[in-house]
Write a protein that binds this ligand. Structure first.
Ligand code: GLU
Length: 327
């Protein structure tokens, strides 16, 4: 039983299977590769995983297929920066305003403060990564990987070929980092910061890992599978707020309107969704729309939200899904 949704496990898994069947034939979109021929990515890979705050796991399709976390990392790096520096300082470096621009749009900072608009676009994310503490590059990377471990429940690793190719092809990110340093919004070596940013993006996970990460955020920062506190609870609402308003690239407004729970996507094809107090949702399918969001991922989340009344402004009564409404 998923108590908060009044739905039985059998009925819930059947819904997930139905959504998988329904959207597998949706063969549209473009696959992101940092370099042609680097890896074979099957456009039909399609996995869904839901993990509830009490540790129930629901999996469908290619949920075990490894993929790159990419921009989803921005949420978790933001959490680490908050833990290292506290809310006030981090807010003085990076604002929390949606931009309506593409994730890698060259540079857009606030006129007076020179702060990047939010931590979910590259300008803000690179400034956030620059804040991650450590005695040197290896120590900072280890802290980042250990942070992921707390959320996922096991160690994760950086995919080296991806990292190398993103480092080689990363002119836009270099440009962003130089401009940020020019504005005094990052300090120290550009290369060190960019390396760490690209390392955080090049971590390999699967749908199950991502759903556990989502469930950890849904569970006030405590990993429901291991019981470990992944992030200090008071920061969870900060992460969820920026996911809610800025998490889906320049689709964020429409996402809030139609789906209505905090989420973040990455060009690796993953989407993480968080239904606070209930569950983490992960969908993986590589073909992306022109904004960089997984096409099947959006469909699944829209449909889950509609069937189970997951929009956070939907009245609790409508979350009673003994009889899914299929409006
Ligand atoms: N590696 C990508 C970049 O920063 C991450 C992109 C993304 O997932 O949005 O350029």
């Amino acid at each position: 039983m998923i108590a908060q949704l009044h739905v039985s496990p059998t009925s819930f898994i059947n819904d997930l299977r139905e959504l998988h069947r329904q959207y597998l034939p949706l063969r549209q979109g473009k696959i992101y590769v940092s370099e042609p021929d680097l890896v074979e990515i099957n456009p039909d890979w399609f996995g869904i995983c839901v993990v509830t705050v009490d540790g129930q796991v629901y999996t469908v399709g290619d949920w075990e297929q490894p993929f790159l976390i990419q921009s989803i990392s921005k949420v978790f790096a933001y959490g680490l920066a908050l833990s290292d520096w506290g809310r006030d300082y981090v807010l003085s470096r990076v604002d929390v305003e949606p931009t309506g621009d593409a994730y890698n749009s060259l540079i857009k900072v606030e006129e007076n403060s020179k702060r990047p608009y939010n931590p979910m676009v590259n300008t803000g994310a690179i400034a956030i990564t620059n804040l991650i503490e450590g005695k040197g590059p290896a120590h900072r990377l280890n802290r980042l990987l250990d942070m992921y471990r707390r959320y996922v429940g096991h160690r994760v690793f950086v995919d080296t070929p991806t990292l190398v190719s993103e480092q080689t092809a990363g002119d836009r990110n270099w440009a962003i980092a130089y401009l940020l340093r020019n504005f005094g919004m990052i300090s120290g070596g550009i290369k060190q910061t960019l390396d760490l940013y690209l390392q955080q993006c090049s971590v390999i996970i699967n749908c199950h890992d991502l759903a556990v990460m989502g469930a950890t955020l849904a569970n006030n920062g405590v990993n429901p599978m291991t019981g470990e506190q992944a992030i200090h609870s008071p920061y969870v609402k900060d992460l969820l707020s920026v996911m809610f308003t800025c998490g889906m690239y320049d689709f964020a407004g429409e996402w809030v309107y139609k789906v209505g729970f905090p989420a973040k996507s990455g060009v690796g094809g993953g989407i993480i969704g968080v239904v606070p107090g209930v569950m983490g949702i992960a969908v993986f399918s590589p073909p992306l729309d022109k904004r960089g969001n997984s096409i099947r991922g959006i469909k699944v989340c829209e449909e889950l939200s509609r069937r189970f009344g997951l929009h956070i402004f939907e009245q609790t009564a409508s979350k009673n899904l003994d009889k899914p409404t299929h409006k």
